[in-house]
Design a protein around this ligand. Structure first.
Ligand code: FES
Ligand SMILES: [Fe+2]
Length: 366
């Protein structure tokens, strides 16, 4: 696998509820240590703060430190204290002495929206675009169930490829959501930008289509018109929309469906975090037991599906780790169109970042 880590990007550091006031969260995102917390004092009270997670003094992980009463972060080793901008405001072993200008750690911009905490891992101020919105995840009239985080021992691009490729439903998910007919629905590709990002949309539209048993169970319809899209909005988020209704009734009150959001946060080249949100209209119930919401019923099916994907992703990664001696390279099919595009977008973004310092130097010299 080529170099895939992109720093100039927004990534999800967690669901909002993962950041309790005053609790430190140490993470590695795109190979960089980060410490995050929800401030409960000072000018940032209530907001999530993110700083470089490695102390500028002797590299101690700042997540092993503690928050002081005045809201600064105290390193666990020698007690240097940092404010929410990353500036060192106290050096205990040098009382009364000026604080050197190099005594600071890098602050990372944070945006909290739709129940998610996003962090910008680039250098300097984030340019456009902002993190993509999924307003339904936190809107009245909708229910979003937050699946717990999965840490996956595989490159994050393998997950994006998996999510854009439903031709693996059979056999990987056989006996679960496995559905060979599903992958026979013709797919259209749309590579136009979404929310300012280079994006990929796989669109499957079917009329008078017999739902596989699990979808009939979710929605109560056996014969449907169905509109189904899988979109890599950015390398940090893939969104799946499914809308279905009895023939001729899409767009009416009879329509049912879900939005699955997959938040993908690279840790390093061979690990990533994967969070999933399952969102449905709050009024939609599970037809077999209306005491359960549709979102709850669908979310309850997820862990077993995810386990099957996790198995495939980690097995693929083991093959990458062995190297390609005697392997002639992957043989791609039309169903791999989207994943090849995803690789191209990631390659381009990585290359653009590699050139950025040279370009900035040239602009500065001009
Ligand atoms: S390593 Fe952080 S204060 Fe020394
Ligand atoms: Fe899958």
């Amino acid at each position: 696998m080529h170099q895939t880590l992109i720093r100039n990007m927004w990534y999800v550091a967690g669901w909002s509820e993962e950041f309790e006031p005053g609790k430190l969260s140490g993470q590695t995102i795109v190979g960089l240590p980060v410490v995050l917390w929800r401030a409960d004092a000072g000018p940032d009270a209530g907001h999530v703060v993110a700083l470089e997670g490695r102390c500028c003094h002797k590299r101690m992980p700042l997540a092993s430190g503690k928050l002081t009463k005045d809201g600064t972060l105290e390193c666990a080793y020698h007690g240097l204290c940092f404010d929410s901008t990353g500036r060192c405001v106290k050096i205990p072993m040098q009382p009364g002495k000026p604080i050197p200008s190099r005594a600071k750690v890098h602050p990372y911009p944070v945006i909290e929206q739709d129940g998610l905490v996003w962090v910008w891992m680039g250098v300097g101020e984030p340019g456009a675009p902002r993190p993509p919105h999924v307003p339904e995840m936190q809107s009245a009239g909708w229910e979003c169930i937050h699946q717990p985080n999965n840490t996956v021992a595989a490159n994050y691009l393998l997950l994006i490829e998996n999510l854009l490729d439903i031709s693996h439903f059979y056999p990987l998910h056989d006996g679960n959501i496995g559905d060979a007919a599903h992958s026979e629905i013709p797919v259209e590709f749309d590579f136009s930008p979404i929310a300012g990002n280079r994006s990929i949309r796989c669109i499957r539209e079917a009329k008078d289509y017999h739902h596989p048993p699990y979808l009939a169970d979710f929605f109560g319809y056996e014969l449907v018109d169905r509109f189904h899209t899988h979109a890599m909005v950015s390398p940090g988020i893939v969104r799946v929309d499914l809308r279905c209704a009895p023939p001729g009734q899409l767009g009416t009150d009879a329509e049912r469906g879900y939005i699955l959001t997959h938040m993908i946060t690279p840790i390093d080249e061979t690990h990533h975090n994967w969070r999933i949100g399952v969102t449905c209209k709050a009024a939609h119930r599970w037809p077999s037991d209306p005491s359960l919401s549709a979102a709850r019923r669908i979310a309850d099916r997820f862990p077993s599906v995810v386990a099957e994907d996790l198995w495939a992703l980690t097995e693929q990664q083991k093959m990458f780790d062995l190297g390609d001696e005697r392997y002639p390279g992957e043989m791609h099919l039309r169903s791999d169109t989207a994943l090849l595009k995803a690789r191209e977008i990631v390659r381009d973004l990585v290359a653009a970042e590699a050139q950025a310092p040279a370009r900035q130097a040239a602009e500065a010299a001009a």
